[in-house]
Design a protein around this ligand. Structure first.
Ligand SMILES: Cc1ncc(COP(=O)(O)O)c(C=O)c1O
Length: 431
């Protein structure tokens, strides 16, 4: 095992937001499949009735009294915590805030006439996983957890390590041995314990469960506790607010465990219940790789649950998820929205990453590139019209993905004659 905790200095709150109660209107938890109710103020993982996800429910009538357009406009800082009435953390002192949320929604006319890109790569830790971990770690620590464990394709592990360090709780991250190097480094640098497992994320999930059972750690696996989805739902709140309280026609999202899709779908219903939007919803499009497409396959078969994908393989590590415990929640949202789940070929992902950078949209992660390839396929097949208003999710920064190919840059001797004879003529020819 690698990792250590070099110091246990109290860092919390990383950025102070406020003190006292947050005004959270969290009322209870509800089984996503069973519909059963459970109290919300204890550490709990899956629904005891069926081992399926639990969803956080709020007193929306009470939230509506303070959470509306003008007060929100006046909340000019605090990132995702601006939405505190609809988040589970009860006291500001429990909130671990590193600057997550409030990411820009940028017009991307070179990608498509009406395409907006939600720049989740600008979150602390470089991916949208910061949102889920900010809320889940804050809440777990508030409820008394002192040791957290999670399996991760990479980015969630990095985010867990960062937020656990800020909350001063122990964290153990289990990642596939071939996880991107950047994720390995960020976990270790934050002082979390790292276990690199010869297997897929589903195997990492099994080891995380053993650690939780044997050591009493709290399992923060995606959708196996109720609050990571709560952090991620704020992407849905933000995109609607940023569009002037309007729903786009379509949302395109690279999908692995699916918490992003599930969270945003829940967010739209909550905004609707608050009277902040009407009943229209965007069509939700999940994008997966042809090398690992369990949700796409279930969508095409008309099944409510997905079958585990054998020999899952894609360079886009975050969407290499052979089975998702919230499969039915993803599929329900996609179907109810009138959207679809599509798979893109691996070469299209690599090409889209290069094309995005060439279009001036920066060095995007392979997962973001998959979403772009998915958007192009959806436009090609006329499922998305060229005039549709689309929000595409840039879920992570390119620096965190496996590099496209071994670095090609060559070293140059420190010799001016060589520069003049070889380097300058080479650059001249390249023009
Ligand atoms: C950059 C990136 N995009 C997308 C995903 C998939 O997200 P979700 O599990 O919410 O479907 C991940 C998950 O690791 C990721 O790291």
């Amino acid at each position: 095992m690698e990792g250590r905790r070099p110091h246990r200095a109290r860092l919390r709150p990383a950025l102070r937001l406020n003190h006292g109660t947050t005004g959270s209107t969290l009322s209870h938890l509800e089984g996503g499949l069973s519909g059963r109710s459970y109290p919300a103020d204890g550490l709990i993982g899956l629904d005891p009735a069926d081992e399926r996800p639990l969803l956080a429910r709020y007193d929306l009538a009470r939230a509506a009294k303070t959470l509306n357009r003008e007060p929100l406009a006046a909340r000019t800082s605090g990132g995702l915590w601006r939405w505190h009435e609809l988040l589970p953390v009860r006291r500001w002192e429990s909130v671990v805030y590193l600057g997550e949320g409030a990411t820009p929604l940028q017009a991307a006319p070179r990608l498509g006439r009406n395409v907006w890109v939600k720049r989740e790569s600008l979150n602390p830790t470089g991916s949208f996983k910061a949102r889920g971990m900010a809320v889940a770690v804050s809440r777990a620590a508030e409820l008394g957890a002192r040791h957290l464990v999670a399996p991760s394709a990479g980015n969630a592990g990095g985010a867990l390590a960062a937020y656990a360090a800020a909350a001063d709780v122990r964290a153990t991250v289990v990642m596939p041995a071939d996880a991107p190097e950047a994720n390995v480094v960020e976990v270790l640098i934050a002082g979390a314990e790292l276990l690199l497992l010869e297997g897929l994320i589903s195997d990492c999930g099994r080891l995380a469960r053993v650690i939780a059972d044997e050591l009493g750690a709290f399992d923060l696996s995606t959708l196996k506790e109720p609050y990571r989805a709560e952090g991620k739902k704020t992407m849905g709140f933000e995109l609607v607010e940023q569009l002037g309280w309007r729903m786009p026609d379509a949302v395109v999202y690279p999908t692995g465990g699916g918490t992003g899709i599930v969270g945003m779908w829940k967010a739209f219903d909550e905004l609707d219940a608050l009277g902040l939007v009407g009943s229209t919803r965007p069509r939700m499009y999940c994008v997966q790789s042809e090398g690992c497409a369990p949700i796409v396959s279930a969508f095409q078969d008309g099944s409510r649950f997905a079958q585990p994908w054998p020999n899952a393989a894609t360079r886009a590590a975050g969407i290499r998820v052979p089975s998702a415990v919230g499969d039915f929640l993803i599929l329900d949202a996609v179907r109810r929205s009138g959207g679809a789940a599509v798979a893109v070929p691996e070469p299209a992902i690599t090409e889209a990453q290069l094309r995005l950078a060439a279009l001036g949209l920066g060095y995007a992660s392979l997962e973001t590139a998959a979403a772009v390839a998915g958007l192009e396929a959806l436009v090609e097949s006329r499922q998305i019209d060229r005039n549709d208003e689309v929000v595409l999710f840039d879920t992570g920064a390119g620096f965190k993905s496996a590099p496209p190919r071994p670095p090609r840059a060559q070293t140059i001797p420190n010799d001016e004659a060589f520069w003049r004879e070889r380097v300058v003529p080479g650059l001249r020819r390249a023009r």
